[in-house]
Design a protein around this ligand. Structure first.
Ligand code: ZN
Length: 500
C-alpha cells in the first residue's frame, strides 16, 4: 500500500477537486454511450461543455501552477508526491500553452466533426466529413506547435496518449510488424487447411449473449461489485476509479464473436483499473499509465487468456449450454480453430488478431501522409483503399466500409497507434510471465486465472500512473518496447494452426 506523506493540504485539496471533475466527466461519457435519451443529447453536451471549461480553469489556475512549482522544489518530498506534482505540472503546462478560446473552439469543433462523420456515414459521402477533418487536424497541428517538439509535430500529439513514444519509434515498430505480418498473412490465407466459421453466424439472441458476457467476465474474475456491465454500439470501458470500473460490450445477433471478444477485451481494461492501489484515488495517478499499457491489459485478457485453448477447455461449456443447437455437436478443436480464423476484412473492428495490426498501421501511415502533405483531403479515401489493397489484398467497395468506418479522427491525430502498441507490450509481458510462472498453461487449464492476474497486479496494475509505460516495461522485460515477442507468438501460433 502506498502512502503520500508531504503534500501540502491546499494543494492536495485542489488536486482532489480536479479529480472529482474528471470522474464526473467519465460518468457522463458512460451515460451518453449506454442509453442516455437521444433527445437530451444537445442539452447534455452543453452541461458537459460547462464542466470541461471549469476543469480547464482548475487545471490551468495560476495559483495552482505556482503551488506546484513551489512544491516541486521541496527537497524532502517522497517519491510518490513528486510523481503527483509532476503529473499535474505536465497537465498545467500543456493546457496553459493554449489560449482558452482556442481550446473551447477545438472542443466544439470535435463535437461538430463527430456529427458530420455520422452524417457522412448515413450518406456514404466522405466530402461531408472532409472539411471538418481538415479543421480538426489543422487545430491539432497548431496545438503541437504550442507544445513544441524537437523532431516531428506528431510527437507531442501521440504523447498525449503514449508519453514515452515518438514518430521515430513508431516508424520502426510498424515497419518491423509490416515486414513480418504481410507475408505471414499471405501464407495463412493461401493454406489448404481453413476453418469453418459459420457456427458464429447463427442467430444468437441478445439476452443470451449478455448472459455469455457475464459468465466470461466471471471466468476472468471481474468484480461486479466494483463495476457494471452495459451495452453499447462501440465497446468501451470507463475507468472512474478502482471501485467503479465499468464496461460495455456490443451485441450483434448474427455474430456472437463481437460480444464474446468485447466482454473479454473490455474486461481486461477494467481488471487493470480495479487492481490499481486505491490510495492513488484523488491524486491523478489512480488511473492507467498510458493508452498503450491500458490496451496491453485488455489485449492480454482477450488474446493471451481468451485465445488460449485451455481457457476454452474450461469455458466452452458456457456456449454449449446457452446455445446447444449450434455448439452442442461442434468439437472443441473445431470451435477453437474457427475462433482463430484469419481472413482479411475491411473493418478494423471485425479483424482477426493477425490482420488487426495492419488496420492500425494504415491509419498511422495516412496520418503521416497528411502531415507531410503527400495526400490531400479529397484524395484520402482512395489512398485508404490503395493501402488496403496493397497490405490486405482487398479493396473496400464503399467509403462506409473504408475511411468512414471509425470516428476517432473527429478527436484529432494520434489515437490509433496505442491499439498496436498494446499488442506489442502484451506479447512482451506474456513472454516474461511464461518464464516467471512456468505452469502458465496449467494455471489457465485448471481455472486459476487469479494467479496470473495477481502477477499483473504486482508488476503493472497496482502502480496506476505512478510509473510510466517505459519504466513498467523495462522493469518487467529489461528493455523498451520490442516487436520480437509478438512476431514470434503470431508466427508460431498460425504456422501450427494452419499447418504451414
Ligand atoms: Zn481497448
Amino acid at each position: 500500500m502506498t502512502t503520500i506523506q508531504r503534500l501540502d493540504a491546499a494543494l492536495a485539496a485542489h488536486i482532489e477537486k480536479v479529480e472529482h471533475y474528471k470522474q464526473v466527466q467519465t460518468l457522463l461519457a458512460w451515460d451518453a454511450r449506454t442509453g442516455a435519451p437521444r433527445k437530451g443529447a444537445s442539452y447534455a453536451a452543453r452541461a458537459k461543455a460547462t464542466l470541461a471549461g471549469e476543469l480547464f480553469k482548475l487545471q490551468t489556475d495560476a495559483d495552482f501552477g505556482s503551488r506546484l512549482e513551489e512544491a516541486a522544489q521541496q527537497e524532502d518530498l517522497d517519491e510518490l508526491s513528486k510523481r503527483i506534482i509532476a503529473e499535474h505540472w505536465k497537465t498545467y503546462k500543456r493546457w496553459s500553452a493554449i489560449p482558452i478560446e482556442e481550446y473551447q473552439a477545438f472542443v466544439q469543433q470535435q463535437g461538430l466533426a463527430n456529427a458530420a462523420w455520422l452524417e457522412a456515414r448515413a450518406a456514404n459521402d466522405f466530402s461531408i466529413f472532409a472539411p471538418h477533418l481538415k479543421q480538426i487536424f489543422d487545430a491539432s497541428l497548431k496545438f503541437a506547435g504550442y507544445w513544441g517538439y524537437e523532431q516531428h509535430a506528431y510527437d507531442p500529439l501521440v504523447q498525449q496518449f503514449d508519453p514515452d513514444l515518438d514518430k521515430v519509434t513508431l516508424d520502426r515498430i510498424f515497419s518491423e510488424l509490416k515486414s513480418a505480418l504481410i507475408p505471414l498473412i499471405r501464407r495463412v490465407t493461401s493454406s489448404a487447411k481453413q476453418p469453418d466459421t459459420s457456427i458464429f453466424n447463427h442467430p444468437f439472441p441478445l439476452e443470451q449473449q449478455r448472459q455469455l458476457g457475464i459468465e466470461l467476465l466471471q471466468a476472468i474474475r471481474y468484480d461486479f461489485d466494483a463495476g457494471q456491465f452495459g451495452a453499447t454500439v462501440h465497446p468501451f470501458s470507463s475507468a472512474i476509479n478502482p471501485y467503479d470500473a465499468r464496461l460495455a460490450a456490443k451485441f450483434v445477433e448474427n455474430d456472437v464473436r463481437v460480444s464474446l471478444w468485447s466482454a473479454l477485451h473490455e474486461g481486461g481494461h477494467s481488471l487493470y483499473t480495479q487492481n490499481i492501489d486505491p490510495n492513488l484515488i484523488h491524486t491523478g495517478l489512480g488511473i492507467f499509465t498510458s493508452y498503450g499499457i491500458h490496451e496491453s491489459q485488455s489485449i492480454f485478457f482477450e488474446k493471451f487468456i481468451g485465445r488460449h485453448k485451455g481457457f476454452w477447455e474450461n469455458n466452452y461449456f458456457i456456449l454449449q449450454k446457452i446455445k446447444p443447437e449450434t455448439f452442442g455437436s461442434v468439437s472443441l478443436d473445431d470451435f477453437y480453430f474457427a475462433l482463430n480464423a484469419v481472413k482479411p476484412t475491411f473493418n478494423r473492428f471485425e479483424a482477426d488478431e493477425l490482420t488487426y495490426n495492419l488496420h492500425l498501421i494504415i491509419r498511422y501511415e495516412l496520418e503521416q501522409a497528411i502531415i507531410a502533405g503527400e495526400v490531400d483531403y479529397e484524395g484520402l479515401p482512395e489512398a485508404w483503399n490503395d493501402k488496403y489493397e496493397e497490405y490486405l489484398g482487398i479493396r473496400p467497395p464503399t467509403h462506409l466500409e473504408g475511411i468512414l468506418q471509425d470516428g476517432h479522427w473527429s478527436a484529432g491525430f494520434g489515437l490509433f497507434p496505442s491499439y498496436t502498441l498494446g499488442f506489442v507490450y502484451a506479447a512482451q509481458i506474456h513472454k516474461v510471465i511464461r518464464r516467471e510462472l512456468p505452469d502458465y498453461d496449467h494455471l489457465i487449464e485448471s481455472d486459476h486465472i487469479e494467479t496470473i492476474t495477481g502477477w499483473l497486479t504486482t508488476h503493472i496494475h497496482q502502480f496506476g500512473k505512478s510509473r510510466s509505460a517505459d519504466e513498467l516495461i523495462k522493469s518487467i522485460t529489461g528493455k523498451s518496447i520490442d516487436t520480437a515477442p509478438l512476431i514470434h507468438y503470431l508466427t508460431d501460433k498460425y504456422e501450427q494452426l494452419y499447418e504451414l
